[in-house]
Design a binder for this molecule. Structure first.
Ligand code: F6R
Length: 257
């Protein structure tokens, strides 16, 4: 079962992520982080930055990238990761990969990304958000639990949700490159972050609903080490919320996320 941690705020959730990253870096200064974009992981990046860790040897792999934005577009995930993660955390730009950023043909970008992930030894901690459609990465409903990095078509709902980052909804790309659900499940530790009432239905489906390609986030139920960090609003659809609080309050001293 996923460990569900219900926190009072996104800021408190960020501290849980930062604790996990501190423990990882102490063991492996060249660890591999799986990087999500969007709003949900921002408090985690801010909390990690406050810990003043030496992350110069840490390697990073982004979850996804839009297809079709010009290089250097401020809302490309390469730009977002540079701005929100690489610079504030003091990571080394050359050690951070984003799907499709190697200059090779788009059609085979997924295969090359998978090969680079394997060569890096796999992801130690993968940060995840969840979309209104239930996607993790950009694996929209219908995505195979075995899928690997590939091109996907964004749903109209996801394009509308992400229109807040663009001048107009039409500017949100139609296509993306995203790690697959199978790729995400290979990471050694997943931290799924969700804050706010708009995430309640997607979180309930992912954590307590049936395993289904229609709820791509439910793939995390197959993973042996998942930490779900949610605030009260995002947890409001969880039937077992009281048990999750009770288990967290009574965790054993060595049980850290
Ligand atoms: C981002 C990603 C997406 C987002 C999701 C939630 O790299 O893969 O799955 O995590 O769309 O986005 P926010 O956090 O902006 O609500």
């Amino acid at each position: 079962m996923a460990e569900v941690v219900i926190v009072e705020s996104a800021e408190a959730g960020g501290e849980i992520t930062a604790d996990a990253v501190v423990a990882l870096i102490a063991k492996r200064p060249d660890a591999v982080l799986g990087l999500a974009t969007g709003t949900s992981p921002l408090s985690s990046y801010e909390a990690i930055a406050r810990r003043s860790l030496d992350l110069s040897r840490v390697r990073g792999f982004a979850l996804d990238e839009y297809v079709g934005l010009p290089v250097g577009h401020p809302e490309s995930y390469r730009s977002v990761i540079t701005r929100d993660v690489v610079e504030p955390l003091g990571m080394t730009p050359a050690l951070v990969r984003v799907p499709g950023d190697d200059g090779g043909p788009l059609e085979t970008a997924g295969e090359r990304y998978e090969a680079d992930l394997v060569a890096a030894g796999g992801v130690d901690i993968q940060l995840l958000g969840i979309g209104g459609t239930g996607h993790i990465g950009f694996n929209e409903p219908g995505s195979s639990f075995g899928s690997l990095t590939r091109i996907k078509t964004l749903t109209a709902r996801t394009r509308a949700d992400n229109a807040r980052f663009f001048a107009s909804p039409d500017e949100v790309p139609m296509h993306c490159l995203t790690q697959g659900l199978g790729t995400i499940l290979r990471a050694r530790h997943l931290i799924l972050l969700a804050f706010g009432a708009s995430k309640a239905a997607a979180i309930a489906a992912a954590i307590e609903g049936p395993l289904s390609a229609s709820a791509p986030g439910s793939a995390v139920q197959l993973h042996p080490h998942v930490t779900v960090v949610v605030d009260e609003a995002a947890a409001s659809g969880l039937k077992n919320a009281d048990y999750y609080r009770y288990a967290w309050d009574n965790r054993l001293p060595w049980e850290t996320p």
